[in-house]
Design a protein. Structure first.
Length: 206
């Protein structure tokens, strides 16, 4: 088989991502791996079925993205995420869960994850979320963006972004959510780097 110079150059610069998928259901892990392979054919990843396995793998490896269920058996999901960011503070974490994003997303964004995605999301939205987080952008689903926008416009005391993780500059997020809701366009928010008081750098990078 003869490979052209163009093909060799294309292969050389093909993106190679490493990922960790943590979920106690094998079919979910297999599905997410398939999505990753569709996005980046040369990517490779590891599996975990509980928090202990996640932490053990994070200690040993550097992942470009960590996709987590937050309802795994024998797992304190809040402690798990805090520990991941303690060991690897630039980790790009995407939550993939059946739990309502309106009820739980704010809590996890506050911890420092870069996105929260409902397991009922369609394939294109899953790919969009993974692509955003892989490049260090904050991902907020259209439904959650609308929910946050309505909260801000109602001027509630418990503004959904007011106590987010120090990984994010809050005024920038406010402007982004308002502008994107008005324009009805999907976009990404690129966090800006904060000082040493944050739990990690805002712009997640390798």
């Amino acid at each position: 088989m003869i490979i052209s110079l163009y093909q060799l150059t294309k292969i050389k610069y093909m993106r190679v991502d490493t990922f960790l998928v943590a979920d106690d259901h094998a079919i979910v892990r297999a599905g997410l791996k398939t999505v990753m392979k569709d996005l980046h054919p040369f990517s490779h990843g590891d599996d975990a079925v509980n928090g202990d396995q996640v932490i053990a793998l994070v200690k040993k490896n550097n992942y470009d993205i960590i996709i987590l269920d937050v309802n795994m058996p024998d797992t304190d999901c809040i402690a798990m995420i805090s520990n991941i960011l303690a060991y690897k503070d630039k980790s790009r974490i995407l939550i993939f869960s059946m739990k309502s994003e309106e009820l739980y997303a704010k809590r996890f964004l506050k911890l420092g994850v870069l996105g929260y995605l409902d397991k009922e999301s369609n394939a294109e939205e899953i790919k969009k979320a993974i692509s955003n987080v892989l490049t260090g952008h904050l991902y907020v689903s259209p439904n959650l963006k609308k929910h946050f926008y309505e909260d801000m416009m109602s001027k509630r005391a418990d503004n959904p972004f007011e106590k987010l993780s120090n990984r994010y500059r809050l005024p920038n997020i406010f402007c982004w959510v308002i502008l994107m809701q008005k324009s009805k366009k999907h976009s990404t928010f690129t966090p800006q780097r904060l000082g040493p008081t944050g739990s990690g750098s805002l712009k997640s990078s390798k």
